[in-house]
Design a protein around this ligand. Structure first.
Ligand SMILES: Cc1cc2nc3c(=O)[nH]c(=O)nc-3n(C[C@H](O)[C@H](O)[C@H](O)COP(=O)(O)OP(=O)(O)OC[C@H]3O[C@@H](n4cnc5c(N)ncnc54)[C@H](O)[C@@H]3O)c2cc1C
Length: 444
């Protein structure tokens, strides 16, 4: 297997100087120069056998270096995707916790502010970064969210008298669920159904404070989702809103706003563009990042396993190495070919999406479909390849620190930013919608 420390396929290039700095920064505390290659050095800084508070502190420090700006998703997407890939290289050692924390903060949280925030709100990101504050993204609910295609049941009711929004989870099913860094984040982008003067205006995003120096803000309740198979350095919370009041400026208002007076009026600012469609952009960049993460994890796990099997003596029937066992030899070849193809495909999606991000455009339908397919293919193929590797490498797969214990990283890739099955249903639905009714051409 080839060692891929550089972006593979058609992924966008970033300067080598920046890559080195990003890696140096990741390793600056350790003072050790490891010989295995630059990516391994990053591992020595980021740890996963720590509490979630300590893990959050690692992300605070990393963002305060300023090496990756919260605005890079829009202005320098190549850097944004490369930073994700470099971190994913460590996932077989670290598990998914830190990678998820990182992408939730940089893509889902900051990315949503970039996508639907007004000029001032986007400017706030600078201060957030300098202060080392962390942000969550609250879309998923117990009975809605990513799986439901963006329908949310959390309500944000405009109160014209106080000029505030009142955020409420009207029932248990509407409570936010699985919210990453929900137990530590100072801020959150919360997606809620906006109601103005009794009218429903659809899902909108609010940039609200979750905690200040004194602790959680009033009328917001938090609970821990509990222990996971992997990634326990990441906190996941359920969040219930009991009439939490947030000021008018918390509505991310580039595309829609509320005009106070006479009960309030909803004003759509850009014809044809809804807030939810632009929030959905984060799912596109997230899907590309997740696709890369799955492929990068798989590459690394295969490399680590190959390093073992190349030296493991085995009788087949003469003394040889485990790598030469036919099924394993074939799997290594097949995995390399498959991964190369997928890396090219995902790289090409990244390039086209980056163009849209920089121009602030919604990706054309064909690209949306390609990105969804890339995410499904990358995670499902990775699960299949790693599972086969586990079956064929023998006892090694049971040992700690081999990377096999972190295979549930791929499970997270499967359901993050749209579960494979749900995405496949969406692709099929979209195709049916655009097709002509059967036989229509004969009736014309
Ligand atoms: C570690 C972690 C971090 C997360 N972080 C965040 C976050 O920061 N912010 C956020 O908003 N969300 C977050 N999520 C939520 C995530 O994006 C998914 O939406 C969520 O995990 C899906 O929930 P579930 O698997 O419990 O879904 P369930 O509704 O229990 O579905 C289980 C499975 O059943 C199938 N299924 C469900 N409904 C249908 C259907 N209608 N048709 C066919 N099949 C169906 C799907 O395969 C689905 O995966 C996170 C989740 C995890 C596990």
């Amino acid at each position: 297997m080839a060692t891929h420390t550089q972006p593979c396929g058609k992924a966008m290039a970033v300067s080598e100087e920046w890559r080195q700095q990003w890696i140096e920064e990741l390793m600056s505390d350790c003072g050790k120069q490891l010989s295995e290659g630059i990516c391994e050095k990053a591992v020595s800084k980021i740890r996963s056998n720590v509490s979630y508070e300590e893990s959050a502190q690692q992300l605070r420090s990393l963002q305060q270096t300023g090496l990756l700006k919260l605005t890079d998703l829009k202005y320098n997407p190549g850097k944004f995707f490369e930073a994700h890939r470099l971190l994913a290289r460590h996932a077989p050692n670290l598990g998914p916790g830190f990678w998820i924390r990182f992408t939730v903060h940089y893509n889902l949280f900051a990315g949503s502010v970039l996508a639907v925030g007004n000029e001032q709100q986007v400017k706030q990101l600078e201060e957030i970064q300098q202060k080392g504050f962390l942000g969550c993204f609250g879309l998923t609910e117990k009975l809605a969210g990513v799986n439901s295609g963006g329908v949310v049941n959390t309500i944000a009711e405009w109160d014209d008298q106080t000029q505030e929004f009142v955020i409420t989870s009207p029932e248990v099913g509407a409570q936010k669920n699985w919210i990453s860094q929900g137990l530590v984040g100072e801020l959150a982008v919360v997606v809620a159904d906006l109601r103005v003067a009794g009218k429903r205006c659809g899902a909108h995003a609010f940039l609200m404070e979750l905690r200040d120096a004194k602790g959680p803000v009033p009328n917001v309740e938090f609970g821990d989702m509990g222990r996971k198979t992997v990634g326990n350095d990441l906190d996941n919370a359920w969040i219930a809103f009991h009439g939490a009041r947030v000021p008018r400026h918390t509505l991310l208002s580039r595309y829609g706003d509320v005009q106070p007076g006479n009960g309030g009026t909803y004003v759509s600012k850009v014809k044809g563009l809804t807030n939810m469609a632009m929030i959905g952009q984060r799912l596109f960049s997230g899907r590309v990042a997740v696709a890369w993460a799955a492929l990068t994890f798989t590459r690394k796990l295969f490399e680590m396993t190959r390093a073992y099997s190349d030296h493991k003596k085995c009788w087949i029937p003469k003394n040889s190495t485990l790598t030469e066992v036919p099924q394993l030899q074939h799997l290594y070849l097949r995995a390399d070919e498959t991964l190369k193809k997928l890396e090219n495909f995902v790289g090409s999606c990244e390039k086209q999406l980056s163009d849209c991000l920089q121009k602030d455009e919604i990706p054309p339908m064909a690209l949306q479909e390609a990105i969804a397919s890339a995410k499904i293919l990358a995670s499902e193929t990775s699960i299949d390849l790693c599972f086969r590797l586990k079956q064929d490498v023998g006892s090694h797969a049971l040992m700690g620190d081999t990377g096999f214990e972190q295979m549930d990283f791929l499970q997270a890739c499967k359901f993050a930013e749209g579960d494979s099955r749900i995405l496949m249903q969406k692709l099929a639905r979209d195709r049916v919608r655009i097709s002509s009714p059967l036989g229509s051409s004969f009736l014309d």
